[in-house]
Design a protein around this ligand. Sequence first.
Ligand code: PLP
Length: 424
Amino acid sequence: MSTIFDDIESEVQSYARAFPIVFNRAKGSWLYDEQGKDYLDFLAGAGTLNYGHNNEHLKAALLEYIQEDGITHGLDLHTTAKQKFLHAFNDKVLKPRNLNYMVQFTGPTGTNAVEAALKIARNVKGRSNIIAFTNGFHGVSLGAMAATGNSHHRDAAGIALTGVTHVPFDGYMNQDIDSIVLLKAMIEDTSSGLDKPAGVIVETIQGEGGLNVARKEWLQELEKLCRKHDMLLIVDDIQAGCGRSGRFFSFEESGIKPDIVTLSKSLSGYGLPFAVTLIKPEYDTWKPGEHNGTFRGNNHAFITAAKALEHYWSDDKFQNEVQMKIRQLSTRLQRIAKNYDAKLMTAKGRGFMQGIEFKSGELANRICREAFTRGLIIETSGSEGQVVKCLCPLTITPEELDQGLTILEQSIAAVLLVELSVAS
Ligand code: PLP
């Protein structure tokens, strides 16, 4: 029997195809379908629910705000809710890290924040070319998509995607080829064909691109290159930020200080649409209203974001707990992968962005489908969808994390047993 989703929802659906049921409730690390079956959520809104579904602390703050008829939609007006967010962001995130940024409220999705970042870099430097990296993912609006590597998305543009040069990410071929040396040579060779870039956009851990990790030395060299050649360094922390790497910003361990940072996904902490572009004060050269948008004032998101920062980032407790669970995740994934030939699978990633790379996207996909039948929501990433990615809420309990990883381990074993018996 066809459903209303089959009848009138566009073919563009993606996650819904992998999990073809109707969900109706969610709490913490769990999703529930209409039949009441529970699923551990290792997708977490593609990294949007770092504090879990319907987090009690955030929910209470939001309900209280709504009850008092607090402003919902505020354009870019100054409101009490925005004031709260800016105070919390300044006090809990920027000041303790000795970071000095102006906060630009962009349209509420990640791709909006990336568009603003690219625009400001180009306008500040008066050049159009931007360096982006192989397997980078920055969104699907035209400017951000020009910086995105994936041909599945690029092919849908219907127009030339210009103004970006892609170069190899760290370890693209192997760790012996230093792609910063290559980029440096191309910039310094006046005959390389590379137009002098205004800036560089990079993810420190490529989420959609397959959990590829930039080494901290590589990031440091990239920063040096930007300084030497007058290019702005943009870190796209939309997926790896807000604690997912184990620290608030994913670049903290490397010690680099990007000129521009994009944040979205888990910034509201509650799954409410919200994005910002952080700009070093000297580059905040926008004229009033030059980069506009009706939905730059999601005040509900300001309330939950402020609460999340106050509750989880006032001291190191949450961060330390997250790092313990990251170690648990690494150890377990390494152990699972070690049971098999390295040609078949390897564990990879950093922080709470880890997973297992399989020899093919087809195999990774079958494992995710098997996991779903066993009550685990988990998805793939990478150019061929070959990487199974654990993107659990950071608030997951160690027991739930273990439970999900056991389902993953059993799913791998079940799928490989079928594969091996077919082969023999
Ligand atoms: N940048 C990164 C690193 C992302 O992972 C994503 C989404 O996955 C985006 C940008 C685009 O964000 P959105 O889908 O909210 O437009």
